[in-house]
Design a protein around this ligand. Structure first.
Ligand code: HEM
Length: 407
């Protein structure tokens, strides 16, 4: 059987085969699909256990391995910083940044995917890297936008576009290096962001590894948050009955309580966000290389071979979800018969020990978008009957133009 090349056909093909072959099968000669929830959990847990970073440049130049830095140490630095940022005050600042970006486009007829991408990325950027000059911020943002466009656009772009992309990427890397160096030398203010812990770790990490770590976060905020926000707007536009339920809850919620802990202050909205992330989890596929050998119910994955994971395919698996293609936030009510069969079946943020560190703040941002849509803005979608969802690197709504106005 030949594997389809088009991303949408490829996913449909994998879903069909996954249903027939119990979620574990060779997609082609080189890649094993691991779409069975428990197997995906097990492979991730073992593959990244005691994962370490080497300094590739030093290894190449000196021809001997550099001192290891444990990935768990990097993650724990991120998580500590995110914990400090999880307050009503910082959530409030995130919401204000979202408002400012939307306010600047009020009344314009816009591509709503690009608008939500812009809102998600620019409001989250200071969490990852703050204190940038306008020029530096513009460069970093352009780099992330170009990375994302390469993944979600149906048009691969010209050679000239690729050359420009490489140039922007290099210049954005130079910005990150400069920020880290200047903070280390006291020439720039230290900031409460996800880059800052690595200023203190520079002597241990070296500049190349520190750049890789900061780039990992920047790339992480440049993709999933924006595509998830576009999917949220898509479901919001398609479900007036849920718009009403969310508005009833969010117009009545205490603003301080919402900023402190939106998930407990607004449980209906939280269910809505969870269901958006179940149906439209970005990225649709994660490509990983195995470091160990795995026996997966009769299929062998050897060290060095590639495997694919997909929250999306697990979330659409009829063996673990009832009516998986139906949008129904109430499946997340306790004891709902069409809810997740167990914890391994709902994985929009991936798997430990590489699970998304931004899961909480990413959820806060999506809930804040619901809050703004229900209390501050009115969304108008041009020709809603033409609205469809395309599956590329991530789900991307198509024919999604419209405008936002103040209520
Ligand atoms: C709704 C929004 C988001 C979604 C759906 C999402 C989803 C994901 C997924 C699926 C992974 C891969 C996990 C794996 O390999 O098992 C990931 C990794 C990651 N995410 Fe997110 N993410 C979101 C928002 C964020 C935000 C806001 C941040 C930062 C503030 C962030 C930072 C990261 C980082 C640093 C990683 C890599 C973790 C590691 O390699 O150890 N994400 N995310």
């Amino acid at each position: 059987m030949t594997t389809p090349q088009h991303p949408e056909d490829f996913l449909r093909f994998m879903r069909m085969r996954s249903a027939k072959e119990d979620g574990i099968f060779w997609v082609d000669d080189t890649r094993l699909g691991v779409f069975e929830p428990e197997a995906a959990r097990r492979v991730s847990a073992k593959n990244w256990h005691r994962f370490v970073m080497h300094d590739r440049l030093i290894d190449m130049v000196r021809r001997r391995p550099s001192a290891e830095v444990r990935w768990s140490q990097i993650r724990s630095a991120w998580l500590t910083q995110l914990h400090t940022l999880a307050t009503a005050e910082h959530h409030g600042r995130l919401i204000e940044r979202m408002e400012r970006i939307i306010d600047a486009r009020l009344g314009d007829d816009v591509d709503l995917v690009m608008l939500t991408q812009d809102v998600a990325l620019r409001s989250m950027l200071p969490v990852a890297l703050s204190g940038l000059t306008a020029g530096e911020e513009d460069l970093v943002r352009r780099d992330l936008e170009m990375k994302l466009l390469r993944l979600i656009s149906p048009d691969p772009g010209s050679t000239w576009y690729h050359l420009r992309f490489i140039a922007v990427q290099l210049r954005s890397g130079l910005v990150v290096r400069r920020v880290l160096r200047q903070r280390a030398r006291g020439k720039r203010t230290r900031e409460l962001d996800l880059a800052d812990p690595f200023v203190d770790l520079l002597p241990q990490l070296g500049m190349d590894r520190a750049l890789d770590v900061v780039t990992a976060v920047l790339t992480a905020i440049g993709g999933p948050p924006g595509t998830a926000a576009a999917s949220l707007l898509y479901e919001f536009a398609r479900h007036p009955e849920w718009q009403k339920q969310l508005a009833d809850e969010l117009c009545a919620v205490d603003p301080v309580e919402f900023r402190t802990s939106p998930t407990s202050a607004a449980p209906v909205t939280h269910r809505f966000v969870k269901e958006v992330l179940r149906l439209w989890s970005p990225p649709l596929l994660l490509v990983r290389r195995s470091k160990f050998g795995f026996d997966l119910g009769g299929t062998r994955l050897d060290p060095g071979q590639w495997y694919l994971l997909s929250p999306h395919l697990i979330h659409r698996d009829e063996r673990v979800w009832k009516q998986p293609d139906v949008f129904d936030p109430d499946r997340f009510l306790p004891g709902a018969p069409h809810g997740p069969a167990d914890r391994t079946c709902y994985v929009p943020f991936g798997w430990a020990p590489k699970k998304c560190v931004g899961a909480n703040i990413g959820t806060v941002q999506l809930m804040a978008l619901c809050h703004l849509l229900c209390t501050r803005y009115r969304l108008t979608v041009d020709r809603p009957e033409k609205l469809t969802m395309a599956l590329r690197f991530a789900p991307v709504p198509e024919n999604f133009r419209g405008s936002l106005a103040v209520r």
